[in-house]
Each structure stands twice: as C-alpha cells, then as structure tokens.
Design a protein around this ligand. Structure first.
Ligand code: MCU
Length: 434
C-alpha cells in the first residue's frame, strides 16, 4: 500500500513524497542478481518490425507482453523484462553482446585491468581504484567519466571508487560508420551498437574480472554506478543492462538518458535529433525515431523498470528545461509502478528538489540520500525508504501519459491454467435383482 504525501519544503518547491509501509520495506528485495541477465533463457518471440510499428502517444504498458496478455505474477516479470530488453536493444541502444569468449584481468588496491578476446579479436582497458578506509573487501561505485559525482562522499560512506573512462571503450567524436574503442575493436567499427550500450559492456567486463578475482579487495555483488550528464546517460544504461549492479545513480542525464522520449519535444529538452546526431550515444536504429517517438514500442519508463527491484537513485536538475526534468520525472513515476507491483516500491528514489541551477553541481541536497542508498544497497546496513521528490518547476504527471493500470501481481508463480477435473465415474449401477 503506497500513500502519497504532498509536502511543502524549501520556498517555491513542492515535494511529492511517495512512501511505502514498513511491511513492504521488510519484503523488499535488496539483492542484485548473480548474473548479468537473469532472463537470458527466456524465449522472446513476436518482436515487431521497424516497418509495422503503430503510433501510440501514450507510454507503452510495461506489464503487457508482446503477445498482448498482461502479466499476473511477480515471477512473470523476469521474462517480460527480457522482452523489454530486446525492444530496448533493437530500437534504442543497439545490441549489448553477452560476455565474450575470454575475459581476464587483475584487481589491485589501485587498479583494475581488463583483457577481452572474442572471435580472434582482442582489446583491453583499465580503471583506477581508490579504496575507502577500513578493511575490505569493499563495495564499489563505478564513477563514469570522472565528473559530477562526489567521490569523497562515496568513499566516506564506505564504498570504493572505480574511475571508469568510458571513452576508452566507446570513443566520442567518431562517425557512426567508424566507431572506435575497446568495444568496437571486438565487434567492428561499423557495429550499430551505440556508445551507451558499449560503455555498459565495458562495466560488465569489469564486474566479470572482479568476480573472477576472488573478490578479496572488491565485492562483485555490491556494485553501484554513477555519472553526470552524458555520463549520466551512461550510468543509466550501464545499470539497466547488468542485473549484477545493485545501485544505479544517474545524474542530470538529459535526452538519451532517463527522460521519456515521448515527452522531450513538448518539454523543449534537447531534441532527439540533436542527441542522436551529437554523438553516437544511441544505437543506429534510433535514427528512424527522432521525428516520431510515438512509434517507439518501448520508452524509458521501461528502462527504469528494467532496473527493478534493484536500487535506483535518479538525481535531476529542474532548472534546465534542456535536460528534460519533467520527462525524467514521468519516466521515474512510470517505472515506479513496476517497482511497486514487484513489492519493491521503496527501492527507487527520484530527486529533483534542488536549489542550485548549475549543471552537474555538487549538491548538498543529495548527500544524505546518496549515503542512505549506498548503505542500503551496497553496505546492506540501512533500510531508508525511497522517495519521489519532484521540484515544482518540473512536475510531470504520469496520469497524462498512461492508459494502462498497474496489476496486482501474485507472489507465487503464474497460476497454472485450471486443470480439467477428472471424469466423474458414474455410480456403479446395481444390477437389477434377478
Ligand atoms: C546532458 O548531457 C549532455 C548533452 O546531451 C549534450 O548536448 C551536451 O553537449 O553535453 C551534455 C553533457 O554531457 O555535459 C557535460
């Protein structure tokens, strides 16, 4: 049972604080998955073709399967998520390939190295490590691109910082037909996979190496990711596509990040053609949707949902319309419906209730929720409920964007179809008396 409380906070801003009950908090699923993709064995069929997509001005129903049926049990989510993943890869990000044939590397107290080989090609990259004080093994937060995230706060909370240079894995500034970096050395410079999925592939390989290292320094099952702006787009995609990541924390990600594609033109955020053209962040297929997002069979509220029930802390800036904060709040509210249906409504926080208008500022308002999230999902020593705090300047309304309802999902596996009752045996006929 969720109750919404509207509370007045700092002058000029309204916070919508969504809280769930303690009973639900107790039932929350905190654990990240043991594997990158729990739905890898789901047989996904019925993916639509580019040429036959209907126009839908509303957000697609996250609970409705490709075959038109609405899921009924929490256990159905695993394979519904696999459908959303296929749609997201096919139409938005491009394919993120599964673990390559060989991944090796090292983890030290200062550095991680990654060597990958697949189909006769190989590449490598590395990332700097800074440990917090205390005794390990430590949880770790991957900081993408090196700015916007407060690494001192992360370490003070007790997590290591892994400084990840995404540009070594997928370079910016290249044309789409000549993409470069460790990902494209393996999958080819004309791969249609965009940089964000490539960046996600790189972090997944870092987690592979930490897993294989015996986790004496860093814990592979207590990983977070964060980054701001274009690296907020990256942090979001990285968390969406690897279920081993326990806590995803995108900051001010803008178009091609959290904001719903359908809301971007109306809000006056960075246009889809501008974001698509500026860098090959999204996959090549997205090019046919920049002028018609209503044809997309998937939207970013479903990428939010792909993170469920894992920790998600979306930080946003309501003062810059170009970042699409209203559209981002709708993505969070839409995705939160899936969190709630899974009984994990307390695991998502969306926070745009901040004062400083500068992009990627180090904000005092985020310090406490950041540390609460690290404690809850990485250190596992806290259980602060998630909150939706939307600044009044950028208040999006989910009701304007959906025409579907949130089902009550059953706890057990899908109710099996009613079994045919055994044929009733006619009562033995007493032979007539002779
Ligand atoms: C918000 O992220 C991007 C934005 O999409 C770009 O248009 C702009 O050039 O750079 C932003 C960014 O990464 O700023 C640091």
């Amino acid at each position: 049972v969720a109750l919404a409380v509207a509370a007045l906070t700092v002058a000029g801003s309204v916070s919508v604080v969504a809280r769930t009950t303690t009973a639900q908090a107790a039932a929350d699923v905190l654990a990240a998955a043991a594997v990158e993709d729990e739905g890898a064995d789901c047989a996904v069929s019925g993916l639509p073709d580019l040429g036959s997509l209907p126009t839908n001005a509303k957000l697609p129903d996250p609970f409705k399967k490709l075959n038109g049926a609405t899921i009924t049990a929490k256990s159905d989510w695993r394979c519904r998520r696999a459908e959303i993943k296929e749609l997201a890869e096919k139409f938005v990000f491009g394919e993120k390939p599964a673990k390559p044939a060989t991944v090796t590397g090292t983890v030290s107290t200062t550095n991680i190295t990654v060597n990958v080989s697949h189909n006769g090609r190989s590449s490598s990259f590395s990332a700097r490590v800074e440990l917090p004080s205390g005794t390990g093994p430590f949880p770790a937060v991957v900081v993408v691109g090196g700015f916007g995230a407060d690494t001192a706060t992360i370490r003070a909370a007790g997590a290591a910082v892994i400084s990840y240079d995404p540009l070594a894995v997928g370079r910016e500034g290249t044309p789409r037909n000549n993409k470069q970096g460790a990902f494209y050395s393996i999958y080819g410079s004309s791969s249609s996979t965009g940089l964000l999925a490539a960046w996600g592939w790189g972090v997944s390989r870092i987690i592979d190496v930490i897993e294989q290292s015996g986790t004496t320094i860093l814990k592979s099952d207590a990983m977070g990711v964060t980054g701001c702006s274009r690296y907020g787009k990256g942090a979001f995609a990285i968390g969406v596509f690897d279920q081993r990541i326990a806590l995803t924390m995108p900051i001010e990600s803008g178009s091609a990040g959290v904001p719903i594609f359908r809301g971007i033109p109306g809000e006056g955020a960075q246009s889809l053609s501008s974001a698509y053209g500026e860098q090959p962040w999204l996959g090549d297929e997205f090019g046919s949707f920049t002028g018609s997002p209503n044809r997309l069979p998937v939207d970013t509220h479903e990428m939010v949902a792909m993170v469920a029930p894992r920790g998600l802390f979306i930080m946003d800036n309501p003062h810059i319309a170009n970042l699409g904060p209203r559209s981002a709040s709708v993505a969070a509210l839409g995705g939160a419906e899936v969190y709630k249906a899974l009984g994990a409504g307390d695991n998502i926080t969306y926070w745009s209730d901040v004062q400083d208008g500068s992009h990627c500022a180090n904000r005092p308002e985020w310090r406490t929720p950041l540390q609460n999230n690290i404690r809850k999902f990485l250190l596992k020593t806290g259980n602060e409920p998630g909150a939706i705090r939307i600044h009044s300047k950028a208040l999006g309304r989910l009701a304007d964007w959906r025409d579907w309802q949130t089902p009550a999902l059953a706890d057990g596996p899908t109710t099996p179809p009613p079994t045919t009752p055994p044929p009733t045996t006619p009562p033995p006929t007493t032979p007539p008396p002779t």
